[in-house]
Write a protein that binds this ligand. Structure first.
Ligand SMILES: Nc1ncnc2c1ncn2[C@@H]1O[C@H](COP(=O)(O)OP(=O)(O)OP(=O)(O)O)[C@@H](O)[C@H]1O
Ligand SMILES: [Mg+2]
Length: 257
């Protein structure tokens, strides 16, 4: 059964989609079967992985599509997700829809990653209700920690009132410019306040990561040796271990005579 990991932060532009794509690409490279669910009407993850957000969303019966990378598939945001969002908000059990829909895909993957929009309304709440864990990318900038406490309070609320099983797998410092004292300060604050959850693999600000998305490529496919990509490799190892996921052992290469 797949481990379901939501990537969430109600702040916009903190690297949620970039993190989803990078972790998905490295986990698939390591041998895991990975499914990305684009749960954001902006459809950014779908555009990068499948070059389209068309067709129905998962809520409308959308199915996994192959990507250019082996073992990595994606259910696109679809062109109906905004309407679905409104319908879910108006339904009593609307926050449990994604959990129910994902049941049939859990046997086909080892890891399901859910990308979400920058708010804390019904779509991210569906992701948190469907998830075993949540990964929170936090941009190394002013006000970053204020948003974080709101999100953590929302997670606790869902655990206590709605029976959510989600736990915080990690807080990932992103878009960090080490030349800026503010960035180093935020990174240190994350480590100090959340020593258990902080992921000790800060993602630097790296133009190669933005360029990869604009070329509809994963960081791994675009420039695997760029500092941002290498940092995501290190972060992925930690995240997979915290999710209890062990990539399958590969047979040793045959020795050449
Ligand atoms: N480490 C990085 N270095 C440089 N650019 C980055 C990095 N991470 C993300 N970006 C760029 O910053 C922008 C925002 O990133 P991204 O789309 O991943 O954030 P997001 O949290 O998913 O945004 P939204 O809240 O709108 O969904 C994008 O243009 C992306 O390419
Ligand atoms: Mg996004």
């Amino acid at each position: 059964m797949a481990y379901v990991l939501a990537i969430a932060n109600q702040k916009g532009g903190v690297g949620k989609t970039t993190t989803t794509i990078a972790v998905a690409a490295y986990a698939a490279l390591a041998g895991l079967r990975v499914l990305v669910v684009d749960n954001d009407p902006q459809g950014n993850a779908s555009s990068v992985l499948t070059s389209a957000a068309t067709g129905p969303s998962l809520y409308g019966g959308g199915q996994p599509r192959a990507t250019t990378q082996e073992r990595l598939s994606c259910i696109s945001a679809g062109d109906d997700l905004l309407e679905r969002e409104q319908a879910l908000s108006a339904t009593r059990d609307g926050h449990r829809a994604l959990d129910k829909l994902l049941q049939s895909f859990r046997g086909q993957a080892d890891l399901i990653l859910i990308d979400s929009p920058p708010n804390l309304t019904v779509l991210p709440t569906n992701a948190l209700m469907a998830a075993d864990g949540v990964l929170i990318p936090v941009q190394c900038e002013y006000f970053a920690l204020e948003g974080l406490s709101q999100l953590l309070a929302h997670v606790t609320y869902l655990q206590e009132t709605a029976g959510a099983r989600v736990r915080v797998v990690g807080i990932l410092p992103t878009l960090c410019d080490p030349a800026l004292p503010m960035a180093r300060q935020v990174e240190a604050e994350i480590q100090r306040h959340f020593p258990e959850q902080a992921i000790p693999a800060t993602i630097p600000r790296d133009i190669a990561l933005a360029a990869a998305s604009s070329h509809s490529q994963t960081p791994l496919g675009f420039d695997p040796l760029a500092p941002g990509a290498v940092a995501y490799l290190a972060a992925t190892r930690i995240i997979l271990a915290r999710c209890g996921l062990r990539p399958p052992l590969r047979p040793a290469p045959e020795s050449t005579p």
